[in-house]
Design a protein around this ligand. Structure first.
Ligand code: C2E
Ligand code: CA
Ligand code: CA
Length: 610
């Protein structure tokens, strides 16, 4: 038997119409469907009709169920709950709605239709899920690309800001270093490179007197000129900070190439810079380094350039200077030595040698000058010309000087035990020590600790130290003299040589610089108006005689330094010079030798002068 026929669209109130409405209700809340209830009803009514038709059709085609299942999903009834509700609802009600509840085959046909529907539904849902996943993946991909792009753009902006100087727009130190690294990594064998480190000479003056905004504009103007020069010869100009710039001479052929660049950079400063209504005439100093790339590295190259710029400055500015390996070695040695000094002081490597100061009238050992020596573990015994200036620069001279003074006083106090009459010890004071307000109390404490009578200590100061414009110095010298200490002017005649000024100072002794004594060796004879030489007189001796007489008039005694011959000693003795010092009278020597000399005054060492 066949099922009942079916014709015409179901009208409101018809069994299929009502069935579709109930189907809509059974699906309520199972899934989100972007349709009005009427639209949903109309959709499900369409499915109902197709299923109803299929149920009774001959031949029976279960595929309709499959299609309806798939379309349910496409219509957004797309949750497992919606499938469950549909299967249950159709299973219970479809046959009755179609009016075949009694038809025996209807049950199995319904079952097969629902089976096909479930399959169609499931495949469609799976496809849809895959599509959704794919869409999500694609969207994620696009989003990531967009994000990467934005990041790249902001990174590029950030990188540019980080690698360029904000004021002048030139590459900054970081970018320059990067470029340099790159050149070094990629350099062909034998390739050379040059650097010109450029520093404005009086930029600070502009900044301080005309203000920072003028300073800034000047820097921009300088940067423009340098950049123009670099661009002409496809070099790189960078700003290293402050008023320091650098030109990179890539692939230079030799030092001359770098020098040429430096010359052209110098020429940029020939014209004044017009800034804010000012005509600023500027000069620059340039340090030049030029090397084969495989003989250096970036750090060393930059350090050398920096060092050379420093030389250009100390050599007098407004010039270029080329790196000089020997000078570098010297400076590195100086630096190494300076760095080793504090440790050496702690380890007691600084000692004193003592040079006799001899009474010229009778050849007596009146005093000794304490001369610093450094017993360097590797370099041996170093003379003060290797380290005193370094100590002055670093300030170490203050503790070192005090340490040596204490050593000298302690030694002199021991010698007093052997011969209470002599000798005094003469200690050199550096300018920096005299500038210390603590000097007086330090000296007093040393005398106190060592027990040396104050008048057995002589302090030597250079002319330049006392002639300076520091009013405190005079006060300090008076205070020193107030302690009972003797004061001597060292190397007199090499500086300002202002005897009149010395009258105001509490000085006891003048030490005539060795030069005066040395000049005695190359005498120009004094001549009479007749043209005949004055017997036994030379201009040099005459000058010394005047100096000594003048000193005596001022109440100062005189020590002549650098006496190397008997003749010199005799002349100085003849013109009334009290004491003398020099290789002829005794070399600087270890304290034990002086002790020996004091114990056995006639045993040699100091030549007998009379
Ligand atoms: P200075 O104070 O003029 O010391 C005399 C220097 O002349 C010593 O050199 C000495 O060895 C040298 N000399 C002595 N007799 C003769 C001679 O007949 N002919 C020649 N050509 N030279 C002679 P030294 O020991 O190398 O000291 C050099 C300088 O170092 C000293 O010159 C002094 O300015 C400084 N100095 C030495 N020790 C100290 C110290 O403890 N403190 C400070 N601040 N400076 C010191
Ligand atoms: Ca001296
Ligand atoms: Ca001297």
């Amino acid at each position: 038997m066949t099922g009942p026929g079916h014709a015409g669209a179901p009208s409101a109130g018809s069994a299929l119409f009502v069935f579709a409405e109930q189907w809509v209700s059974s699906l309520a809340w199972t899934s989100y469907v972007p349709m009005t209830r009427v639209e949903r009803h109309s959709t499900l009514l369409g499915f109902t009709e197709r299923l109803a038709a299929a149920l009774v059709a001959e031949p029976f085609v279960p595929q309709v169920g499959y299609d309806v299942g798939a379309e349910l999903v496409r219509a957004d009834f797309a949750a497992p709950e919606a499938l469950g509700a549909t299967v249950q609802f159709l299973g219970e009600n479809l046959r009755d709605a179609v009016g075949v509840g009694q038809w025996s085959e209807a049950r199995s046909r319904t079952a097969r239709l629902l089976g096909a529907l479930t399959t169609g539904y499931t495949w469609a849902l799976r496809d849809r899920t895959l599509d959704e996943q794919e869409a999500i993946r694609a969207a994620a991909l696009v989003a990531r690309e967009q994000a990467d792009d934005a990041l790249r753009r902001s990174e590029a902006r950030f990188r540019h800001a980080a690698l360029h100087d904000l004021l002048t727009g030139l590459p900054n130190r970081a970018l320059f270093a990067e470029r340099l690294d790159q050149i070094f990594r990629q350099a062909a064998p034998g390739m050379r490179i040059g650097l010109c480190f450029i520093d404005l000479d009086a930029f600070k003056v502009v900044n301080d007197s005309l203000g920072h905004h003028v300073g800034d504009k000047l820097l921009v103007a300088v940067a423009e000129r340098l950049n123009g020069l670099a661009a002409e010869s496809s070099q790189v100009a960078a700003r290293f900070g402050g008023d320091e710039f650098v030109l990179l001479v890539e692939g230079s052929a030799g030092t001359e190439d770098a020098v040429k660049t430096a010359d052209r950079a110098m020429a940029l400063f020939a014209e004044p810079f017009h800034v804010d209504g000012h005509d600023l005439s500027m000069t620059a100093s340039i340090g030049i380094v030029e090397r084969a790339i495989d003989e250096t590295d970036t750090t060393e190259l930059l350090r050398a350039a920096d060092m050379t710029l420093h030389w250009a400055k100390t050599d007098g500015k407004a010039r270029w200077t080329v790196f000089d390996q020997e000078r570098n070695i010297r400076e590195v040695a100086r630096y190494t030595l300076a760095a080793a000094m504090p440790g050496a002081l702690d380890r007691g490597e600084f000692i004193l040698h003592y040079q006799p100061i001899v009474g010229l009238a009778r050849g007596t050992l009146d005093g000794v000058e304490a001369l610093a020596r450094w017993e360097h573990p590797d370099l041996g015994l170093l003379k003060p010309d290797r380290f005193i200036a370094l100590a002055e620069d670093s300030g170490l001279i203050v503790p070192l000087g005090l340490y040596l003074m204490e050593q000298a006083c302690r030694q002199a106090a021991e010698w007093q035990v052997i011969d209470p009459q002599r000798p005094f010890v003469s200690v050199n004071l550096a300018v920096r020590q005299i500038r210390q307000p603590r000097l007086i109390s330090d000296v007093a404490a040393v005398l106190d600790r060592t027990g040396l009578p104050p008048h057995k200590l002589q302090l030597e100061i250079t002319e330049s130290a006392v002639m300076g414009d520091d009013p405190e110095t005079v006060v300090r010298l008076r205070d020193l003299a107030g302690l009972g200490v003797r004061l001597a002017i060292d190397d007199f005649g090499t500086g300002y040589s202002n005897l009149a000024y010395l009258r105001n100072l509490p000085v006891h002794t003048l030490k005539l610089a060795g030069q005066f004594v040395d000049d005695l060796r190359h005498p120009r004879r004094s001549v009479l108006p007749s043209g005949n030489p004055v017997p036994g007189a030379t201009q040099e001796a005459a000058l010394l005689r005047i100096l000594v007489t003048l000193s005596h008039t001022l109440g100062l005694s005189v020590t002549a330094e650098g006496i190397e011959t008997l003749e010199q000693a005799e002349i100085l003795k003849g013109i009334g010079c009290e004491t003398g010092q020099g290789f002829y009278l005794g070399y600087p020597t270890r304290p034990d030798d002086i002790t020996e000399l004091l114990r056995h005054p006639s045993a040699g060492g100091t030549p007998a002068l009379c």
